[in-house]
Design a protein around this ligand. Structure first.
Ligand code: NAI
Length: 243
């Protein structure tokens, strides 16, 4: 298979949680890179112009994910790139956390990415090409008050990614994580203002991260230029944490 054939076969990218925030910026950037991007999210008001398709899919529901992947491939062709970005927080100190909030965060942030990988990896293996980019978190690498559920899910995502990287390295597929630090989105705008300001003050770069900072890293990992990079965690955090 020539490189040209490979890139023709990698034109369809799925981005989960693409309706807003980091996911929206990733989808926009991959579309600008020349990919045909399909967005999955819980609900859409309308289809953004940079997406070829916007599907309402709960990533934690394997049946819904599998069906949607089948529909996308039937309509648009084989999927070469999957960006698992959809994520939620349900913060509380561990001794007060509702067990259902622990489980829901695992279901969306860890089982969700597994579901997408499970539904797409066979095709990628058969075609000898694939890019998996999973959005983890700086807090997976260091822990965080009130985020036992979130940090566990995001750390699990890193271990899952390394395992998938090993399983697929000889098949032309790469699987990597990005660990964003503190990024300006609805998720961080919802924080208590004093905690938010204290977090920003800890960032050596002297500013909060932008959604484009993360999208730039995804663009690289999703490209043919990153073909020798697999099983890695790329931190995008302004120097706040250096594992
Ligand atoms: P956000 O809350 O602004 O957007 C998340 C998107 O995911 C939303 O559009 C939401 O509807 C979608 N989503 C949630 N549950 C879903 C489900 N079950 N199925 C399908 N879609 C679902 O969040 P943000 O800040 O853009 O975060 C994106 C990713 O980056 C998340 O995985 C988050 O954990 C991660 N992250 C964010 C950081 C930040 O500072 N904002 C830092 C580190 C990681």
């Amino acid at each position: 298979m020539t490189p040209i054939e490979k890139s023709v076969k990698s034109q369809i990218a799925i981005v989960t949680g693409a309706a807003r925030g980091i996911g929206e910026a990733i989808a926009r950037r991959l579309a600008a890179d020349g990919l045909q991007v399909v967005g999955f999210d819980q609900a859409w008001e309308s289809r953004p112009a940079h997406l070829i398709s916007a599907l309402a899919v709960d990533v934690s529901d394997f049946g819904a994910v599998d069906q949607a992947i089948g529909d996308v491939e039937a309509l648009h062709g084989p999927i070469g790139i999957v960006v698992n970005n959809a994520g939620i927080t349900r913060d509380a100190m561990s001794h007060k956390m509702d067990p259902q909030d622990f489980r829901r965060v695992i279901d969306v942030n860890l089982v969700g990415p597994f579901n997408l990988c499970r539904a797409t990896l066979t095709g990628m293996r058969d075609r000898g090409y694939g890019r998996i980019v999973n959005i983890s978190s700086m807090n997976a690498l260091r822990g965080q008050y009130g985020q036992a559920n979130y940090a566990a899910a995001k750390a699990g995502l890193i271990a899952m990614t390394k395992s998938i990287a090993l399983e697929t390295a000889a098949k032309g597929i790469t699987a990597n994580c990005i660990a964003p630090g503190f990024i300006e989105t609805d998720m961080t705008r919802a924080m208590r203002p004093d905690i938010r300001e204290a977090e920003i003050a800890k960032i050596p770069s002297g500013r909060i991260g932008t959604v484009e900072d993360v999208a730039n890293a995804v663009s690289y990992l999703a490209s043919d230029a990153a073909s020798f990079m697999t099983g890695q965690v790329m931190s995008v955090n302004g120097g706040q944490h250096m594992p």
